[in-house]
Design a protein around this ligand. Structure first.
Ligand SMILES: Nc1ncnc2c1ncn2[C@@H]1O[C@H](COP(=O)(O)OP(=O)(O)OP(=O)(O)O)[C@@H](O)[C@H]1O
Ligand SMILES: [Mg+2]
Length: 247
């Protein structure tokens, strides 16, 4: 199948510092593709370039045949993004955040309201719908961030650490949502530090370190290759990166 995302020799430099040092990967439509790696590996930088919010220094990304360099607006229209750090509008209510975000996609207000109401229910935010984001707990904000990423019914959804800081129940609920997105044919890019999460959700993944891809494959394939088929993805991760997990 033709890939929906293709990154070729992708590089990001900040001055002389190289955050992403030439990465190549492909994502098939409908796949859940994982980005793993220790702090500072370049995962978020890669996600930002794929979602067209950060200029590419060198190389290219093609998304559904469009170049991220030339067609950022068309790419953004088909993409949902849940950023690692909240950029919710803290002065607005939960519901208003969803409706206001829908405006970026030129979704007419009545339809935006319908979608916002449905997402509030789906993400169990109903009793907080009228509450100002400033007053929400960190976990509730995270749930709202994931909900907001779905407001434009995206073909591709980028989830940068969507479950960090969530209680077990909320984490499982996000996992169920990711499964539902996959079921609906949505392509998912998932960044995570939770190896269990990657094992359960990702069809394929890459492990990055210092801006490079150091290994790639299916969770099971990587366990076969690096942990004699007996360990966990966490064993693989520690063996390859030699770093402790943040968890
Ligand atoms: N605006 C910036 N200017 C300079 N360096 C930056 C900038 N943004 C990120 N970096 C650096 O680029 C590297 C990669 O950062 P990035 O946020 O992509 O890592 P990450 O893999 O997402 O890490 P984490 O797991 O902590 O989220 C880090 O060394 C970071 O300090
Ligand atoms: Mg990050």
């Amino acid at each position: 199948m033709k890939p929906i995302i293709q990154a070729r020799a992708l590089i990001k430099r900040y001055g002389t510092f190289v955050a992403v040092a030439g990465v190549d990967f492909e994502v098939a439509p409908g796949e859940c593709f994982g980005l793993l790696g220790p702090n500072g590996a370049g995962k978020t930088t890669t996600v930002h370039m794929v979602s067209c919010v950060l200029p590419i220094t060198d190389g290219d990304i093609q998304i559904a045949g469009l170049s991220a360099r030339n067609e950022p607006r068309r790419i953004k229209a088909m993409m949902g993004v849940c950023p690692q750090e909240s950029n919710l509008d803290t002065d607005f209510s939960v519901l208003h955040n969803l409706v206001a975000y829908a405006r970026y996609f030129d979704i007419p207000t009545p339809e935006a309201k319908r979608r916002a109401e449905a997402l509030v229910d789906r993400f169990r935010l109903r009793d907080k719908a009228a509450q100002c984001v400033d007053d929400l707990s960190g976990g509730l904000r995270k749930r709202l961030l994931v909900a907001r990423a779905m407001v434009n019914n995206p073909a591709i959804i980028m989830l940068d650490e969507p479950t960090t800081g969530l209680d077990p129940q909320s984490k499982h609920q996000i996992w169920d949502e990711v499964r539902a997105m996959k079921q609906a044919g949505t392509t998912v890019i998932l960044t995570t530090h939770y190896m269990e999460e990657a094992s359960l959700l990702c069809d394929r993944l890459i492990i990055m370190d210092q801006g490079r891809i150091i290994e790639s494959g299916t969770p099971r394939g990587l366990i076969e290759k690096h942990a004699a088929g007996e360990g966990t993805l966490e064993d693989v991760f520690l063996k390859l990166t030699g770093k402790e997990l943040r968890e």
